[in-house]
Design a protein. Structure first.
Length: 108
């Protein structure tokens, strides 16, 4: 069954825009929405997460849980999802810390 998804990205390669625009509408720069099947959704996410590089991508889609949605993230960003007894909460990394928890070199 098809369901609506929202996908937002920043600092990702330009070729993703063309690939995503085949399936989704780009409502604002690098924010896409559309109605696709679960199989297409998973394939789109696989393509996005595989080429996000130093960028960031977040996808939100309906799910049969208390919140009514699930989200997926890829890339290097400060916010990250945390599962708290079945609820998804958003955690924040201190600035200057990467996804692995290691301190990043300062560029100052």
């Amino acid at each position: 069954m098809a369901s609506m998804i929202a996908l937002t990205m920043s600092a990702v390669p330009d070729h993703l825009r063309g690939a995503l625009s085949r399936w989704l509408l780009e409502v604002t720069p690098q924010m896409y929405v559309g109605t696709v099947s679960a199989k297409v959704r998973d394939q789109l996410w696989s393509a996005v997460s595989g080429c996000v590089g130093e960028g960031v991508a977040v996808m939100v889609y309906p799910a049969a849980n208390e919140q009514g949605f699930e989200l997926r993230t890829a890339g290097h960003h400060r916010r990250y999802p945390i599962d708290f007894d079945g609820l998804t909460l958003i955690g924040f990394r201190p600035s200057g810390v990467d996804n692995s928890g290691k301190e990043m070199a300062s560029t100052l």
